[in-house]
Design a binder for this molecule. Sequence first.
Ligand SMILES: [Mn+2]
Length: 299
Amino acid sequence: MNLSQFPRNLQDVPFTFLGLPDPEGGLGEARVCVLPIPYESTTTYRGGTRSGPAAIVDASRYVETFDEEMLWDLADMPILTLPSVSPLLGAAEAMSERIRDVAREVVSRDRLLISLGGEHAITAPLVEAHSEKFGHLTVIHLDAHADLRESYEGSRMSHASVIKRVAEHTDVLSVGVRSISSEEMDWLRNQERVRVVFAHEIRKDQGLLERVLGELTGNVYLTIDADVLDPGVMPGVGTPEPGGLSYDQVVHVIKRLSVGCSIVGADLVELAPVPGNVVSEFTAARIVAKIVAYTKNPV
Ligand SMILES: [Mn+2]
């Protein structure tokens, strides 16, 4: 690859989100904080999510900072890449607490926090920290999997149980699901906290997603499991499921939310880089850049 074709010489670009210099005033000056959480403890199939955050940050340095659609340069916004939350393996509760503490600190100062996983289990403490600050939230959950198991492999903090935990205190809209157990389906039918829009429903009814998103108002927390995307465009995930959403569909959901609701926090999780193929981390970095581009226009 000829680096001279890029506007910046990447050797000189800091290892931060979009390669942007950290704001001089640190957290005090930042509007957006990107938090890498390289936690991997309960991944089911193919591992590697612990390398996800660093791969996304690295790839993001190649993403153009100017948003071609919203017509503003993300370099004009003070974005702070925080130090990684160091993983505590085999101590799910303590790890959750550590994540909750960091998130509380950022959220209490009115910064938009975007966290990079790591496995999906990190979302539960992140949502808690945001709920404390914002009160009622709707969690918008983009994922191939329902993640509604009561527990998985003996853990209630598993990535496969994360939405069940989140739904204990928050409304959830799951989008793009195409893998769910019969027990999860039974539970789903008998409650009103979690609504699932399945991938096959989106396929059959083009307007469905638009109608469901159109009903939403207020504050939303957005959690994106990378495997919601079709593995054709996002091969770097732990548990790939065919029949996923396109990049355009995912970006459209983010845009729609930013118009009808207020995105108060977000995460992108479960990226497990494929050696020799950078498509997944680049796509993930682009999606995170789009969250910033759509949600927080600089004044
Ligand atoms: Mn998933």
